[in-house]
Structures are given as C-alpha cells and as structure tokens.
Design a protein. Structure first.
Length: 359
C-alpha cells in the first residue's frame, strides 16, 4: 500500500543520498542545421512477460547491433524494456538483476557514443492494470520514475521517455500521471531531458483530435516541469490506419502532413517535439514517404529534436515490414531513405540530452 508521506520521505532520502557529478544543461550544439537525435529503436528487452528469462524470452541489444547502427551514422538508441521486470512490486525496490542488465546496456550504448532514451514500453499499464486505476495509482507511476531517475540522474547522454504509447486513458488523466512522474524525476535532482507522450498512442495525426477527456493538443499544454527541459514524443506511421502494423504506405502523404501540422502546433505554442517511432517497408512508396517525413523534421529543427526509427533488434524476423536489422541479404533499403547516405558521426547527442527547453 502506498502513502504520500512514505513517497515524500523516499524522495528526500534519494535526493539527499545521491553523490553524482551533475552535468549542467547547456546550449544546443553549435550547428543549428542538425538535429540532436537521429536514431533507432533496438527492440528486444520489452519481449515476454515479467517472469521471462534474459536470453531466452527477451534480450537487451548486442554490441554487434549497436556498432552496426553507429556505423550508419545514427547517434541515439531508444531502449524499450518493461516496467514489471524492473520493479516487480509496485512501490518496491528496483530488481537488482534487471537493473544491472539495463545499466550494462546503457553503458554499452554510451561506449559507442550514442545517446540512450529509456523507454518503459508498457502502453500505460502495469501487469494488465491501467495507470490511474485503484490497482496502479498515479503515485505508483511517480514512485517508479523517482527510483529509476535516481539511478540515471544527470548521466551524460541519458533521456527519460515517460511511457510508450498510452492509448485508452483520457488526456486529462494521463496528464496528471505524467506530471506526477516529472515531479518525482526532478525531486531527485535529475535534470535529464524528459520526453512526454500524449494518449491515443501519441499519434501526430490525432494530436489535436477531440476525444473523451480532451485532445492531446489542448490538454498536454498543461505539462509542468520545474526544469523546463522536456519535449513531446510523437509517433507516426505511414500505413492505412497509421498503426505501423500493415504492409504498404498508402498514408505516406497523410503522415507527412501530420508532421507538418504538428510542427505548426509546436511552433505556435513554443514547444519542442521528438518522433520516437515511425517506420515503413521497402517498397517505393514507403521509401519516398520515409525520406519526405525525415526531410520535414530536418528542415524544422527549431522545434524538432529528432527521431528514432522503429525498429531493429537481434530477434526481429527478416520478413517484418519495418525491420532494419541487417539480414543475410544485407542492408535494408529504409536506412538509405532515412539517413540519405549519411554515415558520418552526427552531433554529440549526449550533449543534446541535457538541452534546456526553448519554449
């Protein structure tokens, strides 16, 4: 059972006991024509259930995969994992074995000079119960992020993605959960960049659509961050229902228009955005659509921090539509579309991970 007093004492204890070398936020990298993040989702650690065995049911990225995407000019990895394995009991300590696997993975990625976006890939749920329910109260989500942030506070190149794709929670209720998590992160003196999704899978195409509980575009303006170091995380696919689960890219033009409209929203409201997931197949329409979307983001880097493509991973099947893990046939065509042949190292994305908001 949770108690506000216990949570407050936990926050104060963690804040007082941390001994960290704090990297102070600085200005954006010198070349404003470049994005902070051009990266990849390396999937695998979110596989299986909470009782899964590492190497059998789920897998953190291998060094071979990390090195491959770094060699292609990518500078960041969005790293999915599941909340239940890292914190087996709500309000309890983080599991030391799972935390070590996560920490080792972070250090591996950072060794190759890529930023890491921590991504609890839970869709707004814990063990099948929704955040904000009696079983998973908002304070449980805040507690999780308080503990996780204490482990990674102010580490160079570490970004906190609050939650992957909350989808059936009202925007007002989701905002309350997001703000509680942000308060927990800042309570332990973690200044890291925070990526805040909306609800309804955080789709760019539906950002301003009115739903029960309000639209993301109106409600999520209520994000409260005392460090003012956050960006909105959007996802945008190109298939017929924008889900990223179908072959073909019949909505390529609509997906790009969604990014254009989101660009206008960000600029109008003095906010920043990040495209955490997008993807498509190897057909001509997909390749052209992916290149167009990336170009739109690149040209509007005053409001966009960058993107991470979905997806790669050592266990992804070769016939998966969006997969860009290299196969026995060689490099996947999508890499050329999104990278434009760029293979030189990008910006120091680790530096960008501590960028203060411009809004």
């Amino acid at each position: 059972m949770f108690h506000h007093r216990v949570h407050r004492l936990l926050s104060l204890f963690l804040a007082g006991s941390l001994s960290l070398s704090v990297a102070l936020p600085g200005a954006r990298a010198a070349d404003p024509s470049q994005l902070c993040f051009r990266g990849i989702n390396i999937s695998g650690a979110e596989y299986g259930n909470k009782n899964g065995v590492h190497g059998t049911n789920y897998l953190y990225p291998t060094e071979t995969t990390v090195k491959y995407f770094r060699s292609k000019g990518m500078d960041s990895v969005r790293l999915p994992f599941i909340w239940e394995r890292l914190q087996p009991q709500l309000g309890g300590r983080l599991n030391s074995r799972e935390l070590k696997l996560l920490t080792d993975s972070v250090e591996l990625i950072r060794k190759h000079e890529m930023a890491v976006i921590l991504d609890p890939h839970n869709f707004g749920y814990y063990d099948g119960k929704q955040i904000g329910s009696a079983e998973v109260p908002v304070r449980a989500f805040a507690d999780f992020w308080t503990r996780l942030a204490a482990e990674f506070a102010n580490r160079d190149g570490l970004v906190f993605g609050l939650m992957n794709e909350p989808y059936d929670i009202g925007a007002t209720d989701w905002l309350a959960a997001a703000n509680a998590a942000i308060r927990g992160i800042r309570a332990v003196k973690a200044d890291n960049l925070i990526l805040v999704p909306g609800t309804i899978w955080s789709g760019a195409h539906s950002w301003e659509v009115e739903r029960e509980g309000g639209s993301n575009g109106a409600v999520m303006l209520g994000v409260e961050d005392p460090r003012d170091n956050y960006a909105y995380e959007l996802h945008q696919y190109l298939d017929n229902d924008y889900s990223g689960t179908k072959d073909g890219c019949v909505n390529a033009a609509g997906a790009n228009q969604a990014i254009v409209q989101m660009t206008d929203w960000l600029r109008r409201n003095g906010k920043r955005g990040f495209v955490g997931e997008f993807g498509g197949g190897q057909g001509a329409a997909c390749l052209a659509g992916l290149a167009t979307m990336v170009g739109t983001i690149e040209r509007n880097n005053d409001v966009w921090l960058g993107w991470t493509y979905w997806a790669a991973g050592d266990w992804w099947p070769e016939d998966e539509t969006n997969n860009v893990q290299p196969t026995r046939r060689g490099e996947r065509k999508q890499l050329q579309a999104i990278m434009g042949g760029r293979q030189e190292p990008g910006l120091n994305a680790g530096h960008c991970a501590m960028v203060p908001s411009s809004g």
